[in-house]
Ligand binder design. Structure first.
Ligand code: NAD
Length: 264
């Protein structure tokens, strides 16, 4: 296991890891978006903790819970919806464009991987996407702006105009079933990869956090870049502890050169 706090050494470790893999999966968490101002979940003072997502069963059972859920969502939207992708998102997008990164499996709901230019078929969203809403009855897509307009006019969220069902942000709430197809695609990507890079995740939210371990069990190597320890550190071949925007200015094009130079 290699551990590094020094930026130059950290970049070498990451570049060597990338160069030694042919088929990479990148697994991302809220820590990749903090650099552009989207707060992560658990860091002290996180507004997610004061505007906690309402559990799924409560949302489905009570209109009062739905009203409170949308109120909290709009508070959070006003904090981050105007923000765009940062350097770490661009680093990941370049890896996908290079062909080396076969898939990005994300726990994030902020739509920033899409906005960094990664094609939809290369992204697996384990916890959904907060930039639109879905009917829980018929799956019809609803736009957040229209839901908000209705909410602000009437004080309640709209029902689905197609089937009368409950409309909910397209994120996966605590207690809600994981999306079957997303989980299947993520598992397939994990067992086909020869390397997994975890970027900016506490790796405590399960079952999502079990996925990198599944890749290791199938023979992949694991690199974790995060600001703090994670429960999967003991399974990782390389751990880099630090802030992503400081560590990651690595060019994918230069990766092979860097490694051949450092291995001489
Ligand atoms: P988390 O908040 O549990 O963990 C984030 C981790 O990233 C922490 O360990 C923190 O130390 C680290 N971190 C923060 N900024 C960093 C940086 N600049 N460089 C390196 N490390 C950094 O997030 P999680 O593991 O993704 O789990 C939280 C859940 O909440 C997820 O399921 C996700 O759906 C949701 N969430 C999403 C977003 C988002 O979409 N941006 C934001 C908050 C929460």
């Amino acid at each position: 296991m290699a551990e590094s706090e020094d930026f130059a050494r950290a970049r070498e470790v990451i570049a060597a890891f990338i160069a030694s893999c042919e088929s990479l999966v990148i697994f991302t968490g809220a820590g990749i978006s903090t650099e552009v101002g989207v707060p992560d979940f658990r860091s002290p003072g996180s507004p997610w903790l004061t505007n906690k997502p309402v559990p799924f069963q409560d949302y489905m059972a009570s209109e009062a819970a739905r009203i409170e859920a949308w109120r909290r969502k709009f508070v959070m939207d006003d904090i981050y919806r105007h923000l765009g992708p940062g350097q770490t998102h661009r680093f990941i997008a370049e890896g996908v464009a290079s062909g080396k990164v076969r898939c990005v499996v994300t726990q994030n709901i902020d739509n920033l991987h899409q906005r960094s230019g990664i094609p939809e078929d290369k992204i697996v969203e384990l916890h959904g996407n907060g930039s639109y809403a879905l009917c829980m009855g018929c799956d019809k897509r609803h736009e957040i702006a229209a839901v908000r307009k209705h909410f602000e006019c009437h004080g309640v969220p709209p029902g689905c105009e197609a089937c009368g069902g409950i409309v909910k942000s397209a994120t996966i709430s605590f207690g809600q079933k994981m999306p079957v197809e997303a989980l299947r695609r993520a598992q397939q990507a994990m067992v086909q990869a020869d390397g997994v890079m975890v970027l900016g995740s506490s790796l405590v939210v399960r079952p999502a956090a079990d996925l990198p371990l599944m890749a290791v069990e199938a023979g992949a190597r694991l690199l974790i870049v995060n600001g703090e320890k994670t429960p999967l550190d003991s399974a990782a071949e390389c751990i880099v502890r630090g802030q992503l925007p400081e560590i990651l200015p690595i060019s994918w094009a230069l990766t092979e050169v860097n490694v051949s130079e450092t291995s001489r």
